[in-house]
Design a protein. Structure first.
Length: 72
């Protein structure tokens, strides 16, 4: 796996986790504390981070079908 992709995925998961902890009140002293909005956004960011880590990367223009063989 590409190190840049792994780093981006892990950073997204950590940021999302912090936002969830702020939303549920585990971390305090922020305008995000106790706001359910940040819990939802944090959950979406965690899912995006997992997608970056675990979904396969496809090349642009790749349809998933093998190239057709043509005879000359």
């Amino acid at each position: 796996m590409n190190p840049l992709r792994r780093t981006i995925g892990l950073v997204l998961i950590m940021i999302g986790g912090i936002w969830i902890m702020l939303a549920v009140g585990m971390l305090e002293s922020s305008f995000m504390t106790g706001s359910p909005f940040w819990g939802v956004v944090g959950g979406a960011v965690v899912v995006a981070g997992l997608a970056v880590l675990y979904l396969p990367r496809t090349k642009a223009g790749q349809s998933g079908e093998p190239p057709s063989k043509t005879s000359s």
